[in-house]
Design a protein around this ligand. Structure first.
Ligand code: C5P
Length: 431
């Protein structure tokens, strides 16, 4: 893959002398961090470009793309190769989603799933591209780490990820996976929704009780942050959380790698950064997320406000879930939220549901939300094993038409609103 990355640099440099460059990137954390890395790398080479952040690709969007430009897709397009084939221009795809269609001749694709390569996020692929251009770009490694965490590559640190972590001087610490691990623990516990800790989340007195039981005291009115705890204190906190969950959560899921990186000269938890970037896009402000990643101070202030609003919207959406009728089968649950949950939030809602101890391992959750004349579909599987939900969605979407893509345990798609009933019926048959 590194060889192909070098080749892509030469090709892009050459083409940029004759044609304008347009970058199109996905709106989630991995897509935004990819866009920030790629933009900085091109700008530092003096290459001009335009950039657009999109929720996804569909036929109409691809049709109207200007063929006089070189098109570079980040964190998307692996599922849209049949459409790209019809475009009369040179295209580059830097992506990590599964490829099921033939690669057209006019598309130069860099995707670790094509080779026996370590699993990487698109931001990490874009970082390798930037680093091949110049070692000066290793200051972008923090963004690559944030994208890796945003796409849940936190459990396994392979060779390339290890290199990126070292280059970013990232601090990796084993501990309780509650974030942000960099803020006083009383607040982090009180505001924690994922995991939800009964009697502690949303309950200040409960959070203080848990700290008291673990023997953690405040100093000068301030509690330590999670990353400052000793191993013994960390163990006591986890035991306290397990006791409050009546054995419904396993210890393994509460413990993992905490990644601390420097951003705006402050030590930050990569999970928190990822959540903040993601929240801006979900609240229809991807340009603020991008500004934040590029180090813009004004964007940072706005992003922090949006993040607070987003958490409130998500809490409301989760409350709505319990009131929405669900179609429940033996191994599946379909939540048709219609216009009661925003299309940009429905994927996160499906993810939170899939992590809930309420549902059995292997259950397929498919959530639907309206977006004007379209329906956004998100599918997840509870636990680590189960059906390949990208295949399930693909089968159900083919007969009704629409877009689909993703991974075996998390996939998404878009269909036309007038196909709602037909799609649900196809889906039920398949499930
Ligand atoms: O949108 P949602 O969060 O449900 O998507 C789950 C996964 O599927 C994400 O990794 C997303 O990038 C991918 N996806 C895709 N093509 C789509 C929709 C989602 O590759 N059309």
């Amino acid at each position: 893959m590194l060889e192909k990355i070098r080749e892509s640099i030469d090709r892009i440099k050459l083409l940029s002398r004759k044609k304008e460059i347009k970058i199109i990137s996905h709106f989630d954390t991995d897509g935004i961090t990819s866009a920030a890395i790629f933009s900085k790398a091109l700008a530092r080479m003096g290459i001009k470009f335009s950039l657009e952040i999109v929720k996804g690709l569909d036929e109409n969007y691809l049709k109207q793309l200007d063929e006089s430009k070189v098109l570079i897709f980040l964190d998307l397009a692996s599922g849209s190769l049949d459409y790209l084939k019809t475009k009369n221009t040179k295209m580059f795809v830097f992506d990590h989603h599964e490829i099921i269609q033939e690669i057209p001749e006019n598309v130069f694709i860099i995707n670790p799933t094509l080779e026996k390569f370590e699993k990487l996020s698109s931001s990490a692929i874009c970082y390798l591209f930037a680093r091949e251009i110049s070692r000066e770009n290793i200051d972008l490694s923090n963004l690559a780490v944030t994208g890796m965490i945003g796409d849940l590559h936190d459990k396994h640190i392979g060779r390339i990820f290890g290199e990126i972590l070292r280059e970013g001087e990232t601090i990796v610490k084993k501990g309780f996976l509650i974030y942000p691990s960099t803020r006083p623990l009383d607040k982090t516990l009180e505001y924690s929704l994922n995991p939800y800790i009964p009697g502690v989340s949303g309950n200040r007195e409960g959070a203080l009780n848990l700290l008291r039981e673990a023997g953690i005291k405040s100093e000068n009115g301030r509690f330590k942050a999670l990353y400052e705890l000793s191993d013994d204190e960390m163990k006591k906190i986890v035991t306290g959380v397990l006791l409050r969950n009546n054995g419904e959560i396993d210890e393994e899921s509460l413990i993992g790698n905490i990644f601390l990186i420097k951003m705006f000269n402050k030590l930050e938890d990569a999970r928190e950064l990822s959540a903040l970037i993601n929240s801006c896009s979900r609240m229809d402000k991807p340009e603020i997320a991008l500004g934040f990643c590029l180090g813009n101070k004004a964007s940072r202030e706005i992003a922090e406000k949006i993040y607070i609003n987003y958490k409130q919207s998500l809490a409301l959406a989760m409350k709505n879930v319990s009131q929405i009728d669900k179609i429940e089968g033996k191994d599946y649950l379909i939540l048709n939220a219609k216009d009661r949950i925003k299309d940009t939030i429905i994927g996160t809602v499906a993810s939170i549901m899939s992590h809930s101890p309420v549902y059995d391992n292997g259950l397929v959750i498919v959530a639907l939300a309206y977006n004007q004349d379209k329906i956004k579909v998100s599918a997840r599987v509870v636990g680590r094993e189960g059906r390949n939900v990208r295949e399930v969605l693909h089968k159900a979407i083919v007969p009704v038409g629409g877009e689909v893509g993703g991974h075996s345990n998390a996939a998404g798609g878009v269909i036309s609103k007038d196909k709602e009933e037909e799609f649900i019926s196809e889906l039920r048959k398949i499930l």
